[in-house]
Write a new protein. Structure first.
Length: 354
């Protein structure tokens, strides 16, 4: 997102705690709701059924069809389901895809939402909604899409597979990294971004050494909240533009693409914004923020090449063309040749060009 959403955010109730999902009936009651529809992906339907069980008669349905990039036809099917069951509240349990479905419904009917995130993507903390229709992804900002309540339950993120834990964490760190040089940043947004980055710099190695460590999981969830919140408060730049291009036009997976591109985009912008990016070097070690992130990602066993995601080398020219059309404001001037070189390095898994 190149646009900032700072002034539009109403207050959100945010609660952290292992097992906090057990309070779901009380949270639903606090909203004055009595007919909750629970949302999830097909893969997380069991988690949705558990929430429905906790709700008892307050649950009027479970809709397990959330999908990546918030397809409008899925949202329309959910809207029909809501009319049938007369839901007065949404409970989204899952990653950014499920959160996106809840936001898309709330955008249409303003139903209150309780979001229970199970990845680190951070969508629950932003008023941003991306939707896909006929293969085209569009993004909007609207305060109606922000959940009323976010419940961060460390027990739920514990089931996130280790590989996705790493890529999702780097996805979150990407929001904070770009916030450091955002044109509309403030002292407060920079502090929040550093808080988020620190939570992952310290917490991710701890999670990887014991994925069942609930304290470490909660520390990373706090990082996800900070990174997601700052994403909603300032405009993003080259890194997010590249990932939107690669995800939207080449169908690359969201978190993995962020994880691979981040060190390259940050190395590119460190040419113009080394001072702003210094907190990353301070947290991770090293002299160049992009190289620091690359070494950190490798230590965490993150994927490093777009080739491994199935992108063909022949697509790089087109990707460079798309990514340099209508670029977001960016500290380092964006040229087509430089972006083509960046993409080549990210495709091959090379160290970032500094
Ligand atoms: P996701 O929600 O697509 O989840 C990926 C897969 O992992 C799904 O099958 C999901 O069911 C499963 N999963 C999630 N949590 C799990 C857990 N704890 N245990 C086991 N399986 C689990 O992935 P994501 O990266 O969280 O979200 C990506 C989507 O979110 C993209 O569409 C992206 O555009 C969007 N997003 C939006 C914003 C925003 O502010 N609007 C911000 C970040 C991401």
């Amino acid at each position: 997102m190149a646009q900032s959403a700072q002034a539009t955010e109403p207050a959100v109730r945010v609660v952290f705690g292992a097992g906090i999902r057990a309070t779901i009936a009380m949270e639903t009651g606090r909203l004055g709701a009595s007919k909750a529809l629970v949302l999830a992906t097909p893969q997380q339907c069991d988690a949705a059924l558990e929430i429905a069980e906790l709700l008892g008669p307050t649950a009027v349905g479970v809709f397990c069809k959330a999908a990546m990039h918030t397809p409008v036809d899925v949202t329309n099917a959910a809207m029909e389901h809501i009319s049938e069951v007369g839901a007065d509240c949404l409970i989204a349990i899952g990653g950014g895809s499920t959160t996106g479905l809840g936001k898309a419904i709330a955008y249409r009917n303003d139903l209150p939402q309780i979001t229970i995130p199970t990845t680190y993507a951070g969508s629950e903390a932003t008023p941003i909604l991306g939707q896909t229709e006929d293969g085209i992804k569009t993004t909007l900002i609207d305060p109606r899409v922000l959940p009323e309540v976010i419940l961060y339950d460390a027990e739920l993120v514990r089931t996130l597979p280790v590989a996705m834990t790493v890529t999702s964490a780097l996805n979150a760190m990407a929001h904070a990294a770009e916030a450091l040089y955002a044109t509309d940043r403030t002292a407060q947004t920079t502090e929040l971004a550093i808080t988020g980055l620190r939570a992952f710099a310290d917490g991710l190695p701890a999670v990887l050494s014991n994925p069942n460590d609930l304290d470490a999981r909660e520390a990373t969830q706090r990082g996800a909240w900070a990174c997601g919140t700052v994403l909603g408060q300032v405009g993003m730049a080259l890194h997010h533009k590249l990932c939107h291009t690669l995800g939207g036009s080449f169908n690359l997976p969201h978190a993995e693409t962020h994880a691979i591109v981040l060190p390259h985009a940050i190395a590119y912008n460190a040419r113009a914004a080394a001072t702003e990016l210094q907190p990353i070097c301070d947290l991770l070690g090293g002299e160049n923020a992009g190289a620091s992130l690359y070494e950190f990602a490798k230590r965490m066993n993150a994927p490093t090449s777009l080739r491994a995601l199935g992108l063909s080398e022949g697509d790089l020219d087109h990707a460079a063309d798309l990514a340099t059309t209508k670029p977001y404001p960016n500290p380092q001037p964006v040229t087509r040749d430089d972006i083509r070189a960046l993409l080549q390095a990210a495709w091959a898994g090379d160290t970032p060009i500094t």
